[in-house]
Design a protein around this ligand. Structure first.
Ligand code: ADP
Ligand code: ADP
Length: 237
């Protein structure tokens, strides 16, 4: 479970991006985070994984106090938080398998040239993940040979490879066509339920969010202005 209490973020410029955000995301729940540009969505995501330092407030991931970790211990938090990105953030010239393993093995070409093969249990696990995201026969393809939807599937498999306790997902479908976007949203929600993973999806497409997630949180000017099931959201408001 993710628990955030009284989170504020004031940038050096004086911009108050978050003004006391409190929320909980239980295991298996996928939250769609919506709000106009400048509402504080990316500031919230970045405070949770401490890409930026919150000004006040706490972030707990299960029993781990993420906000209490020293800079040196941040690696620990980052391994527990899987990230999925709009532009996939794959290494284009590496294979699908190498991309999936890149989080664990670091500089994968080093492993390839030096050890010639990767530890077997990692490979077996990565194959299982590729199977789950529908890329069974694509492990040896280079990332730059894939379609957008396939790339995002690799991004999902790579995030799961670190066996995270939370997924933070930034505009996962913004570069995809509508049909592929729906497939990716469905896949993310199914996987989070199966693995009992809490997830926050920063998503600008409100209709897409409403169609797939069970809970929507609306941010405006750094505050939570809506928190409820998608059917309770009045689009006009
Ligand atoms: P969103 O992701 O919802 O578009 P952001 O979190 O990017 O919102 O921005 C929230 C507010 O914080 C905005 O007013 C934005 O201008 C400001 N902001 C974001 N990043 C920075 C930064 N690095 N320095 C100063 N102000 C920032
Ligand atoms: P996003 O697409 O995530 O909303 P933005 O376009 O808001 O991103 O911001 C892009 C970058 O500019 C981010 O790194 C953000 O921190 C920074 N930024 C946004 N607003 C400001 C601001 N008012 N002052 C300084 N940096 C900002």
């Amino acid at each position: 479970m993710l628990r955030i209490t009284g989170l504020t973020k004031t940038y050096k410029t004086g911009d108050k991006a978050l003004k006391g955000v409190t929320l909980e995301v239980p295991a298996g729940q996928v939250v769609g985070l919506i709000g106009p540009s400048g509402a504080g969505k990316s500031s919230l995501i970045r405070c949770i994984n401490r890409l930026i330092e919150p000004s006040e407030g706490k972030v707990f991931l299960n029993s781990l106090d993420v906000t209490g970790l020293s800079r040196d211990d941040l690696r620990l938090a980052r391994r527990r938080i899987g990230m999925i990105f709009q532009e996939y953030a794959l290494v284009e010239r590496l294979t699908v398998m190498e991309n999936v393993l890149s989080g664990r093995l670091g500089y994968v070409p080093f492993w390839r040239s030096f050890f010639r093969r990767y530890p077997e249990e990692y490979v077996a696990n990565a194959f299982a993940l590729l199977d789950r995201v529908g890329l069974t026969d694509h492990s040896d393809k280079r990332a730059d040979a894939l379609s957008g939807g396939q790339r995002q599937r690799v991004g999902i498999a790579r995030a799961l490879e670190q066996d995270p306790e939370l997924l933070l997902i930034d505009e996962p479908t913004a570069s995809l066509d509508p049909k592929t976007s729906r497939q990716i949203m469905r896949l993310i929600v199914e996987i989070c339920r199966e693995r009992e993973l809490p997830a926050i999806i920063n998503i600008h497409d409100v209709l897409l969010a409403q169609a797939f997630v069970e809970r929507i949180i609306g941010l405006r000017a750094g505050e939570v202005v809506f928190d409820g099931p998608p059917e309770a959201l009045d689009i006009a408001a």
